[in-house]
Design a protein around this ligand. Structure first.
Ligand SMILES: CC(C)(COP(=O)(O)OP(=O)(O)OC[C@H]1O[C@@H](n2cnc3c(N)ncnc32)[C@H](O)[C@@H]1OP(=O)(O)O)[C@@H](O)C(=O)NCCC(=O)NCCS
Length: 412
């Protein structure tokens, strides 16, 4: 184990990294080579890390995709960890654990304040301070229900002719990005990522998707196996929503099923005449707070919440997160302020046993902090063994600060 070290992946390592990927997930599928070139170009030079042995042979690798993610409707830099795989003959001796810790340290250096990933095993990532943050949800509708919504909306109460959607071109990428950002702010969303302008332009350029725009909305979807799959649908007004949903459902004769990867609370649920299908697919994702101070000051909170809460964090992998903190929220904005010089965690942490006369605030490790950030209530953290100390009043204050039900719509 001692011979393991981490270093940046360089161009000449890519064949070795791809070989390990193939031994982990099988060969790249159709279009896979383009995808591999794209994600490699995006992450080479600091965002792709390898674990090597004493002779510099690559044993495993992982990458950090540069994303923006909404929290309370404001966007934070989020490192999307993906492409973690270890050479089969080197498994079971801590290669992935070494790698994950290095990825977290690198995100802290790069200024990614939170991180998310889609795990195949939770245990590995829990060791590095990740916890289950939420799910990516696929909701399914009968296409005719959406078509009916569109027909009912045509003409609408205003009597105005609804705007006709037009096919999106690469020139619409900026507007699509801006509209997605505005929608996250409008709904104070937590969890969804906003594709960059380049990402929107790329998907339109490569003709990967079907996309239409309106003045204040757009839709991006795919079509295969008699089903439409909606990846993005943004609408600022009820008229635009009914127009775009009606367009999605308009092919019900040929594609009777519509899957959506959207906010599980997308307002379409409140507008349609039918119900979503019973079968919902959910894929769990995990999150980690990489920089507590920047994460709290960068996101938004409920505008009418005014509260202060205390917290002790033990995060040996990111010492800058460790210590006593006061998290204050007012007017929709928050601060995390160090309240003493406790950046070095006490040995044998366990706040409940604190012998000091002062009451010990709630104490969490990195996993507990990540779960709290993702809206798990303190009572749930306690039951899972992820929080100690504190009292009922402090618990309620922390619950008020972090209340949210985050969701991610995009798999990476
Ligand atoms: C998962 C994987 C990255 C682990 O690599 P590794 O170097 O063997 O991991 P480590 O030795 O650091 O083990 C860390 C922990 O991960 C968990 N883990 C590892 N392999 C696992 C498996 N197949 N199933 C469930 N948990 C597993 C274990 O809890 C392990 O700790 P333990 O051995 O003390 O119980 C490796 O098996 C792999 O490449 N698998 C195929 C690709 C993959 O699933 N990648 C993860 C994408 S999110």
């Amino acid at each position: 184990m001692s011979e393991l070290r981490t270093r940046d992946v360089v161009e000449s390592d890519l064949p070795a990294v791809l070989a390990i990927r193939s031994r982990s997930f099988g060969p790249l599928g159709v279009g896979g080579e383009d995808w591999w070139r794209r994600v490699s170009a995006e992450t080479l030079g600091g965002r792709m890390i390898a674990v090597v042995d004493g002779s510099d042979t690559v044993l495993g690798a992982g990458r950090i995709r540069p994303y923006e993610q909404a929290w309370g409707g404001r966007h934070l830099r989020m490192g999307g960890v993906a492409g973690v795989y270890v050479e089969p003959s080197a498994r079971g001796r801590g290669v992935a654990t070494t790698l994950t810790r290095a990825l977290v340290a690198r995100m802290a250096e790069l200024g990614d304040v939170v991180s998310c990933l889609f795990p195949t095993t939770a245990t590995l990532y829990r060791r590095s301070g990740y916890e289950i943050g939420g799910t990516q949800t696929r909701t399914t509708y009968a296409a005719h229900v959406l078509r009916d919504l569109g027909s009912a909306g045509a003409g609408h109460a205003t009597g105005k002719r609804p705007e006709r959607p037009r096919t999106a071109t690469t020139g619409d990428a900026q507007q699509m990005h801006d509209l997605a950002r505005e929608a996250h702010a409008r709904h104070a969303s937590s969890g969804p990522m906003v594709p960059s302008v380049a990402a929107f332009r790329g998907m339109l350029e490569r003709d990967e998707v079907i996309a239409y725009v309106l003045g204040d909305g757009f839709v991006v979807y795919g079509l295969s196996d008699d089903a439409v799959t909606v990846e993005h649908l943004v609408a600022a007004t009820p008229e635009s929503a009914t127009t775009l949903w009606g367009l999605v459902g308009s092919g019900s004769s040929a594609a009777p099923t519509v899957h959506t990867y959207l906010d599980p609370r997308d307002p379409v649920t409140l507008a349609i005449g039918g119900l979503a299908a019973n079968e919902v697919q959910q894929v769990p994702w995990m999150a980690r707070v990489v920089d507590l101070e920047a994460a709290v000051s960068g996101r938004s909170f409920a505008t009418h919440t005014s509260v202060e809460a205390s917290l002790v964090v033990d995060d040996p992998d990111v010492p800058a997160n460790s210590g006593h903190w006061t998290v204050g929220v007012t007017g929709g904005r928050g601060t995390a302020t160090r309240t003493d010089d406790a950046s070095t965690p006490r040995a044998g942490s366990g706040g409940a046993a604190a012998s000091t006369a002062r009451r010990e605030p709630l104490r969490v490790d990195a996993r507990g902090l990540s779960a709290l950030w993702c809206g798990w209530s303190v009572s749930r953290l306690r039951q899972a063994g992820l929080a100690t100390g504190g009292d009922a009043d402090g618990d309620a204050a922390l619950d008020a600060v972090f209340a949210s039900t985050p969701y991610i719509t995009e798999y990476f």
